[in-house]
Ligand binder design. Structure first.
Ligand SMILES: [Zn+2]
Ligand SMILES: [Zn+2]
Length: 280
């Protein structure tokens, strides 16, 4: 099982860090987690295509995690996707994605009629909304989902991917919470979001101290994330979803290492890791 970080950024635009998205894959299975800005381009750069994805899993419905959904659908159709989309997401996913499909319906139907491509299966969505904590299988990968705490977002999830007794955990967007600690226990790779303290400061006319406080309050900070990784005994900690996307890397590495006991891997777009945390 491998992990490719497709987008390690956040809503702030950055040339090097695209919107949040990850790919988990084995020889048999390709699972896309979230579809942030630039996901289809990053998939191609990583040697994959939307057309090949077996499942799309959504952590929550914040725009930075779903904004390229329709681009994924339409570009996969252009790549001759012949199968429907299996999608897992929190409560509200059906309503949200079907209304997105609906707003493009007229344009899509005109294209289908005019372009006369072989299959329209790739426009069909099979969506399952998840609740609480549970698991299911996708081919050779066991997927566990668990509630995280991203309040005021009510429905937010993290995911575990288990293959051959090895586990990759994706935190989703969350502040520190017990459920993450429980599910991330002994992870071989913990991919965790991080809000980097002291890198976002209030700026007159741009963001108030209230803004900084509120954004920080529903994420995990750089002073918390190393402690969490240590507590759950993660074998490797991969930081991603950097808020903000530009920061002092050495400072962050040092700060987290102090709590975690070893160096975290600072994620970069298109970084691929094997299950032992080796960059391949
Ligand atoms: Zn979020
Ligand atoms: Zn986010």
């Amino acid at each position: 099982m491998f992990l490719t970080l497709l987008g390690t950024g956040c809503p702030s635009v950055n040339k090097d860090r695209f919107g949040p998205s990850n790919l988990i894959y084995t020889r048999k299975t390709k699972i896309l987690i979230d579809c942030g800005s630039g996901v289809t381009q990053r998939l191609l750069q990583a040697g994959f295509k939307g057309a090949d994805i077996d499942y799309l899993l959504l952590t929550h419905l914040h725009s930075d995690h779903v904004v390229d959904f329709y681009q994924l659908i339409i570009s996969s159709w252009h790549q001759y996707r012949k199968k429907k989309w299996n999608i897992i997401g929190p409560k509200g996913t059906k309503n949200f994605l079907f209304s997105l499909m609906d707003s493009w319906k007229k344009e899509r139907n005109a294209r289908i009629k005019f372009e006369k491509r072989k299959s329209t299966e790739g426009f069909k969505l099979n969506i399952k909304e998840i609740n609480d904590n549970n698991y299911f299988m996708i081919n050779d990968i066991k997927v566990e989902y668990f509630k995280v705490d991203h309040k005021p977002v009510v429905y937010a999830y993290g995911y575990n991917f288990i293959n051959k007794n090895k586990k990759i955990t994706i935190s989703g967007d969350t502040k520190p919470c017990k459920n993450l600690n429980k599910f991330a226990l002994n992870s071989d790779i913990l991919v965790h979001e991080v809000f980097i303290e002291d890198e976002i400061i209030p700026e007159r006319g741009i963001r108030s101290s209230q803004t900084v406080h509120n954004v920080k309050s529903y994420h995990t900070t750089s002073r918390q994330v190393g402690k969490i990784a240590k507590k759950v005994m993660a074998k490797n900690l991969v930081l991603s979803h950097f808020v903000p996307p530009v920061f002092n890397k050495n400072k962050l590495r040092k700060l987290v290492k102090k709590d975690y006991g070893k160096s975290p891997i600072l994620g970069e777009d298109l970084m691929t890791l094997d299950i032992n945390g080796n960059i391949v």
